[in-house]
Each structure stands twice: as C-alpha cells, then as structure tokens.
Design a protein around this ligand. Sequence first.
Ligand code: ARG
Length: 403
Amino acid sequence: MTERVVVAYSGGLDTSVTIGWLAERTGAEVVAVVVDVGQGGEDLDVIRRRAVDCGAVAAEVVDARDEFAAEYCLPAIRANAGYLDRYPLVSALSSPLVVKHLVAAARAHGGTVVSHGRTGTGNDLARFEVALAALAPDLTVVAPARDVAWTRDQAVAFAEEKGLPIDTSARAPYPIDQNLWGRAVEAGFLADSWRGPVEELYAHTADPTLERDADEVVITFDAGYPVAIDGETVTPYQAILELNRRAGAQGVGRLDLVEDRLVGIKTREVYEAPGAITLITAHQELEAITIERDLARFKRGVDQRWAELVHDGLWFAPLRTALDAFVDETQRHVTGEVRVNLHGGRATVTGRRSEAGRFDVGSATYDTGDGVDQSFAKGFVQLWGLPSKLSAARDARLGGVRS
Ligand code: ARG
C-alpha cells in the first residue's frame, strides 16, 4: 500500500517545496491540510489548488479562526502575553493549533506520517515537533526542510526545476508569518540589527507618523475576556479583527526587537500586532483596578512564565495548563470597561471603570472625610519601618556602611 503523508501546508515556499520533494523522492501520496488561523492575504482556495499543483493527491482547508481566537488568543490576553515583555507570541500561538489540525487530518486520511515545512534552528520547528510528540507520538515525522536544510535559493531553484507553482510572495526576500494575532517579518536586510525597517515591510498598520484624527474605542471585558466593542457584543474573533482594523489604521502595534530564540540564537524580528497590543494594554489596565495587590504582583511573574513556555513550544506542557488554572482564578473580577485612545502608533488608556473595581475614590484622595482613619497610619509606618530602623542602629553600632 502506498504510504500517505499529511503535510501542514501554508502555500509558501518551504511547504510547497516540501510537497514536491515528498511526492518525488518518497513516492508517497501527499495530502495537504491548510489551517486557516486568520492569516488573510491569499485566497485559501488558491492555496489549496496550489498544493495539488505541487503534487498533493488531496488538499483541504480547515477553518480554525474562531477556535484560534477563543482558545489561543484569549488566554494570551488574560496572561498579558509578551515574550521578553513585548512580543505577543504571534507564531508561537498558532503552531500548536496547526499541529492539532494536522493530527486530526492524519487520522481522517489514514496517514501514518506527517510533515511540515519548518526549518533548522527556528522556534517553530520545536513548537511543531513538541506538539506532535504530545498529541500523536505514534505518528512519524518527516521534515525535508529540516533535514535537507535547503537554503532559500536552493528551494526556489528546486521549485523552478520541477515546475512547482510558487507565487511571487514566496520569492519575497523575507519570510513572513501572519495570522489573526499579528504578523512577523524577519531575515533579509533585517538580519543587520542596525538597519531600520522600511515602510514597505508593514501590511497591517498604517504609517504612524502620518497626520490623522485619533480614534477612541471602549472595550468591555467579562472575567478577562473581551466581550464588546463600543457597546456592541462581539465574538473573540470579531474583537481581534475589529481592533486589528481600527488600531492598525492608527499605526498601533509595530514592534522591532532582537529576541532570544529557543536554541539561544538572537534574532531580529519586526512585528505588527495592532489588535493584540490594544487588547493586552486595555486588559492590563482593567486588572490594575480589579486585582488585589499581592495577587497582581504574583501574576506578573506567572504572565512572564506563561509567555516563555508558549514561546518555547511547550503549549501542551502540564505547567501551561496549571498556569492557566491560576490565571483563570485571577480573572474572576476582571470585568468592566476600558477606554483607549488610538493615535500616532500608540494605544493609550484614558479611562477604566468596573463594578468590581477595588479602586476606592474615597480612600485614595487626600480630602477630609476619606474612608481610612489616618491615625492608623502612625503605628503602621512605625512597625513597617522597624526592620530598617533596627538594621541602621546595628550598622551605627558596628560601623557598617550605609548608602
Ligand atoms: N520569532 C517569532 C517566533 O518565534 C516569529 C517566527 C516566525 N517569523 C517569521 N518571520 N516567519 O514566534
């Protein structure tokens, strides 16, 4: 019986060459699965047909947009996901979902072998293969892009020689990854960390320096989930899509950073994630008024660890599940509204309110008649400062140096 290989296909250069290479070199029947995580751009039906033209016996498109928004992007909002405090995990979030559907397609098509186009030392290679090991350890993985390790020029040459229909974007000088949560551009001249990004790199954000009127948006959250925009109820997918549009039009969400890859290499990447940055900014601000101090301090560490785990390809690790359970508990009262001004490339919070808010106007003002008896403060600060006072006395006695 001819072997079946199921390939996670994006329509780009590496996965197109992967299909052509597998069909030619292994004689296996190749089935392509295109997972729609809101990457937009090309028509997915065109991509599906391209898979067949590259040599696949069948190709299917799976619409995973709502699932991606609800089950991957929303947890990222609640965890204020920012790898190295900034990168909102665009590719890191979609990889586990793509693998989930790759496995489902392998089961449906009777494939025992799966494949992908992830290469060498990239983070996505680890994300794909760790997720595969967790979800389907019985499946064999073949990854010519990883093993043959073709260069971009060699891949283009192979495609041309075999007549594979790679489109012009596959010939673009930089590999781009995009989904509903954002867009990542790397390599090419960006490999020189001193060279600035040029305007042509951006596709989801307008030039923030151009003059235009500000936009103002009110985002409603319920238990840490965005549920309405300007009072209109939205699904998670609609919330992100709408804020991508409105914040993108104001040039919000551009990032230029050098980040640490899983394998320890540093890499320069340019991102645009208007909806993600706006939602996380607003969510963080609502947490500021609804989460008690010590819980908020502890959560900051959890948020950071969550982003590192997901970045490092450990979405299916038990620690991520346990951290999500913690985050879930913290979000019980993160319900309310945040007003955000979108302008000049920035999402600036200008108002926040919540029925569950712990911010008490009465106790925070210095007006007379506030809610706290000030005489309590006298004893409190004396005890609070006691350790410092005792240490200072000892240093004075023994001649220690204090600065
Ligand atoms: N560095 C980012 C990550 O590891 C993005 C990777 C994909 N980037 C790209 N330009 N194709 O998640």
